[in-house]
Design a protein around this ligand. Structure first.
Ligand SMILES: [Zn+2]
Ligand SMILES: [Zn+2]
Length: 87
């Protein structure tokens, strides 16, 4: 079992997968090879997860956290709501 968790940690570290804390699961990155901070759109009805990228939002966030002298390394933003099929 330990081997599986190490493999998942490795894949997350290199950005091939993203961990979804809310669901305790992982999704395969759709933007593989591109430097990005994923925003996960999580449907609370069907548990569908869409990876969403908003570089402008992340740039603003980074400016704000730098102002409090925090050095961000990684982030996954999780938004809960209803997907297009569920509303
Ligand atoms: Zn991604
Ligand atoms: Zn849904």
């Amino acid at each position: 079992m330990m081997g599986i968790y190490r493999a998942l940690d490795f894949l997350e570290e290199v950005g091939a997968i993203h961990r979804i804390q809310l669901l305790g699961s992982f999704v395969v990155c759709r933007q593989w090879g591109r430097d990005h901070t994923p925003i996960m759109l999580i449907c609370t009805a069907c548990e569908n997860v869409e990876e969403f990228v908003s570089d402008a939002t992340i740039a603003t966030l980074d400016d704000d956290v730098r102002a409090v002298r925090f050095q961000r390394r990684r982030a996954t933003i999780e938004l809960r709501g209803l997907c297009a099929a569920c509303h």
